[in-house]
Design a protein around this ligand. Structure first.
Ligand code: TMP
Length: 215
């Protein structure tokens, strides 16, 4: 596949979507064709799964069901959108990908699911494919959740199923993201997201230039 695949990961309220959009603008200014997408919900079917996964009672199903649904969403996302776009030479920027499942459904729930089971699901749904670069935007969950609730207050559909989990869940998943990054330093870059949008954007652009180049 000739395009580059970049993912943005992190807990709630880290500013991933804003940073993704800003990077897409930079790519466009360099005449690099980029597709912006997200998980869950990067496809039409995915949007239906997103509503099921992100809205409503936090205990309506457990972490196992969540993991299965997230991987179903991912498989559809890969086959219908990500892989075709990369094959056509586009860059693909995704707001979340598989690290979110490991962080939320494994670390968030305090490692109740066997890690191997999630790794097996990854193999089935994704195979050996990996992002070329992953940004892990790191922030104290208390700050991130406050940002996230403020944003949700202005929305018609409240996607706060995960936000409504206890702080411990969010602290666990934050540690999870940091462990994932430490295990795969060639792919993952952790950036402190508790700074201005512009400062974080500069770091992201610099990292892309250093790690992937612009051609
Ligand atoms: P977003 O609010 O960043 O768009 O993400 C949607 C929610 O879904 C967010 O609370 C994180 C959660 N999520 C998981 O729990 N596991 C996953 O694999 C993904 C992709 C998202």
């Amino acid at each position: 596949m000739s395009g580059k695949f970049i993912t943005f990961e992190g807990g709630e309220g880290t500013g991933k979507s804003t940073q993704l959009k800003l990077l897409a603008d930079v790519l466009a200014s360099r005449k690099i064709s980029a597709v912006r997408t997200k998980e869950p919900g990067g496809t039409e079917i995915g949007l239906e799964l997103r509503r099921l996964l992100c809205c409503g009672d936090k205990d309506k199903f457990d972490g196992v069901a969540e993991a299965l649904l997230y991987f179903a969403d991912r498989r559809i996302h890969l086959t219908q959108k990500i892989w075709p776009a990369l094959r056509d030479g586009n860059w693909v920027l995704s707001d979340r990908f598989a690290d979110s499942t490991m962080a939320y459904q494994y670390y968030g729930y305090n490692k109740k699911l066997p890690k191997q089971a999630l790794e097996n699901l990854y193999q089935i749904a994704v195979g050996d494919f990996r992002p070329d670069l992953t940004f892990i935007l790191d922030i104290d969950p208390q700050i991130g959740l406050a940002r996230s609730f403020a944003k949700a207050a202005g929305m018609e559909v409240k996607e706060t199923r995960f936000e409504s989990r206890q702080l411990e869940f969010h602290q666990n998943l934050r540690r999870g993201f940091l462990e994932i990054a430490a295990a795969e330093p060639d792919r993952c870059v952790v950036l402190n997201a508790d700074k201005s949008i512009e400062a974080l954007h500069r770091e992201i652009v610099q990292t892309v230039a250093e790690r992937l180049g612009w051609e």
